[in-house]
Design a protein around this ligand. Sequence first.
Ligand code: PEP
Ligand code: CO
Length: 446
Amino acid sequence: MRSPVVTLSSPASQQPDWPDPARVEAIVAELAGLPPLVFAGECDQLKNRLAAVSRGEAFVLQGGDCAETFAGANADAVRAKLQTILQMAVVLTYGGSVPVVKIGRLAGQFAKPRSRPTEIRDGVELPAYRGDAINGFDFTPQARTHDPDRMLRAYHCAAVTLNLCRAFTTGGYADLHQVHAWNKDFVRNSPSGERYERLAGEIDRALSFMRACGADAEELRSVEFYSSHEALLLPYEQALTRIDSRTGLPYDVSAHFLWVGERTRALDGAHVEFAASIRNPVGVKIGPDATPDGVRALIRRLSPDGEPGRLSLITRLGAGQIRTLLPPLIKAVQEEDIPVAWICDPMHGNTFEAPSGHKTRRLEDVLDEVQGFFEVHRSAGTHPGGVHIEFTGDNVTECVGGSHEVNAADLHQRYETACDPRLNRGQALDLAFTVADYYRSLPTTG
Ligand code: PEP
Ligand code: CO
């Protein structure tokens, strides 16, 4: 068997417990022979875009499901998510007057870290759901058994999803002249949909003006779109790590951007070792337990050369804590002189259980964390570089609040997530409008 490009010697947490190791080896060997999902050159291009973010010249919009499912790898679901990203990006680009780097939590987000290894329902204990790449969501012993064949399905679902994304974003659908067409169905008549429609009208007039002037730029006809997921399931990521023929360096070709999660960012753990060995742009989640020294050590490990665009720090500190916890972390990073893109994940520090038992988040808290992120960066003189969010294109009822309000009592109506609660399209647009307002209020640097 071909040996992996990147071998890991550190202990790996949050890995599956597969019953048949020989089957795992066979699947990994098969994955290692399959074509790359992305090209190293595309990863480098994203690195350049993220370098602009760390210089304060662009803003990241990263988002999608908490956990993608195999069933969700279909044209309708992927289009709805892209529509949401495109609408949000337009609001941010126009409202914030800033180039937006669009990165989906998409085409590979199939493995989940869990706080507890098992789940108990009515006295029955089974392995926790760890994402479709590992086991099934149904609460049965058969579904919850860890199955290595699922890695192969994850690869194929990622390929299908990425193919749809590439076609939608370059085949005319993402043409800015379609700005009204993205505002379809349920969202159109919601308060944020109406606000969007007014903005789209302004863009239309600007486009007609440009056309009348004889300027009809090719850049308006398609968008650059990148894929990302948490690099959690190491055998899968290792099998998809290849040597780039141009540079002779290893790239994980399962996605353009990979991040290390909050539960697996131990400095001496295998996930950080893996992220340190690949040349993709990478991120690391920074939760409330992170110390300034810990973050300093992480950035030295993950970006020893200080390559611009290489490293993003995705803070998820919680609305109540960001204003006190973020300033010392920023100071520590500034002292290292390693450029990073600061991205705010306002979702994972703000989860709570509703009286109905649903895991949920308040849009109010999400917006408050983003506001804290902007405030802290403004006073530190650093660039608030982007947002990382969990959303879906559908009209789900998983997070409470929003201009078309979802109440705690509504949560049961369309609670469809396989993991954490996601913003619906209207709530995602509400967030985009608020972020654009914050961005506009920043002192101009140019
Ligand atoms: C996630 O992004 O879904 C996640 C598990 O986040 P974190 O690692 O920050 O808890
Ligand atoms: Co999540």
